[in-house]
Design a protein around this ligand. Structure first.
Ligand code: FAD
Ligand code: 2HG
Ligand code: ZN
Length: 472
């Protein structure tokens, strides 16, 4: 017979201490709603284990009681991945007390971090040891390593360093039955059979709980340069990417496209901000890093941009002269999500395409959406260097934003069918969560879905790990 909720919470309190089993509505509430405010769930309790042993013991109790578990880190998911459903019988497993950097191995250029360490804290720990963790997201002050790995997060330096997956050398996981797998290897080479850690990266908590990871670190560059470049069209932005890759090689770390409307929203909602290139239809934010001096790198970037302007690829550019100016340019880019949230609800599309297909996709999607939703506003921005756009839609000016959200399914169909037709993906970096399960059913092959389902059944036969997420 299933245990009562009260029995389960009492058993959990015996493991983590009563102060770490939250049931009071005011304590639980922030963990039941997602960052975008799209989903609102219920839960038996929010449980906050403080060690990997406690995580394992909590999972064992839940497995015995048939209680499902929703892992949560910083709760910054863009697709409701860390929000429980409305049944109210799951526990939210909050990992934020697993917050220690266990070790930094400078000679091996690795760090061992627990799942609840924020990305910003992990970056700071690497920097304190003279190294660099170049995974970078606007949410880095609150998102956690466990969440980053579980979503295989992307961000603004993927062009050079890859997604979160690329940083992982080892993983420590609590399995659905409560067993612990210690795979905290710091090896760059290890071909001893299946690469088990990969199963849990990007699994969004549906296969097990990540409790710690060994991450690859990089040397710290001594010079950085940031520029904002005005381009007349997306075609020109794509041409600029090729030109800067040719001119700067590996020094090019970030290449972010921003449409006029997205930039205007960021300017409006960023205190003290000014538009550096007023009237530009599109801008590109360029980030370059190198050894040597800032002045040498700035000269190289300036030369590359001058050539692009002379060649008619770009129209104008501002190159930051100081750290404060670099930060101001990046603040505009990083504040777009928050600015768009303040403007009201929006329909997000986190899509990726071959870079070469981006201009045609944008033209076709613009025409198709405008025909169905006259006046729809395109808040397009994203990581063009990776072919990843945040192709976000806001309601026409003056229209009811909530009513517009009711059109999400129709808008998604137009956008995602076009993405699929161009050989793209309907989730580039944010994952599936509960937002895109239906889309997965539509765009994945039956064979791929069957393999995913088989892995899920093998690792979580009772379907207790983050049920209702990812799999259709
Ligand atoms: P949560 O939101 O708490 O959880 C995310 C998923 O991982 C859920 O499915 C959850 O169940 C699971 N999970 C969490 N911890 C664990 C664990 N220890 N073990 C197993 N499963 C776990 N994303 C990008 O990729 N690129 C960006 O540039 C980017 N920018 C953002 C900017 C803003 C302003 C915001 C709000 C979000 C942004 N995101 C971005 C999305 C989000 O920050 C990332 O998905 C991030 O990786 C989530 O981390 P988190 O700790 O908040 O995870
Ligand atoms: C970013 O790149 C994030 O800023 C968020 O991935 C994108 O808000 C969004 O749609
Ligand atoms: Zn992004």
């Amino acid at each position: 017979m299933a245990e009562s909720g009260a029995t389960v919470t009492a058993r959990l309190a015996a493991i983590v201490g009563p102060g770490h089993v939250l049931t009071a509505p005011a304590d639980v509430e922030p963990h039941l709603v997602d960052w975008r405010g799209r989903y609102h769930g219920r839960a038996l309790a929010v449980v906050r284990p403080g060690t990997r042993e406690e995580v394992a013991a909590v999972v064992r109790v839940c497995a015995e009681a048939g209680t499902s578990i929703v892992p949560q880190g910083g709760n910054t998911s863009m697709c409701g991945g860390a929000t429980p459903d409305t049944r109210g019988d799951a526990v939210v497993l909050l990992l934020t007390r697993l917050a220690s950097v266990r070790a930094v191995d400078v000679a091996n250029a690795t760090m061992t971090v627990e799942a609840g360490v924020t990305l910003a804290a992990a970056q700071a720990a690497a920097a304190a040891a003279g190294l660099r963790l170049p995974l970078s997201l606007a949410s880095e002050g609150s998102c956690t390593i466990g969440g980053n790995l579980s979503t295989n997060a992307g961000g603004t330096a993927v062009l050079r360093f890859g997604n979160a997956r690329a940083f992982v050398l080892g993983l420590e996981v609590v399995l659905a039955d409560g067993r612990r797998w210690d795979g905290l290897s710091g090896l760059r080479k290890d071909n001893t059979g299946y690469d088990v850690k990969q199963w849990f990266i990007g699994a969004e908590g549906t296969l097990g709980i990540i409790t710690a990871a060994v991450l690859k670190l990089y040397p710290r560059p001594s010079a950085a340069a940031t520029a904002m470049v005005r381009v007349a069209s997306v075609e020109r932005a794509v041409a600029l990417l090729a030109a800067l890759q040719q001119a700067l090689g590996d020094r090019l770390e970030g290449f972010e496209l921003i449409a006029a409307l997205a930039l205007a929203l960021a300017v409006r909602h960023t205190p003290g901000a000014v538009d550096p290139l007023p009237g530009a239809p599109w801008v590109v934010l360029v980030e370059a890093c190198d050894n040597g001096t800032d002045a040498e790198l700035a000269e190289r970037v300036n030369a590359a941009l001058a050539t692009a302007i002379e060649g008619g690829i770009a129209d104008d550019a501002v190159v930051a002269q100081t750290l404060a100016q670099r930060q101001a340019l990046w603040a505009l880019r990083e504040n777009i999500s928050e600015a768009q949230r303040r403007e009201g609800p929006n329909i997000k599309h986190d899509i990726s395409l071959p870079v070469s297909a981006v201009p045609a996709f944008i033209a076709e999607a613009h025409a198709a959406l405008t025909a169905v939703f006259p006046g729809v506003r395109f808040v397009t921005f994203g990581h063009l260097g990776d072919g990843n756009l945040h192709y976000n839609l806001s309601a026409p000016a003056g229209a009811d934003g909530r009513a517009f959200m009711d059109e999400a399914a129709r808008a998604n169909r137009i956008v995602h069918d076009l993405v699929h037709a161009h050989g793209g993906s309907v989730s580039a970096e944010h994952g599936i969560g509960q937002l895109k399960r239906g889309e997965l059913a539509r765009y994945k092959t039956a064979t791929e879905l069957d393999l995913m389902q088989k892995l899920k059944s093998a690792l979580d036969p009772a379907n207790l790990m983050n049920p209702g997420k990812v799999l259709p």
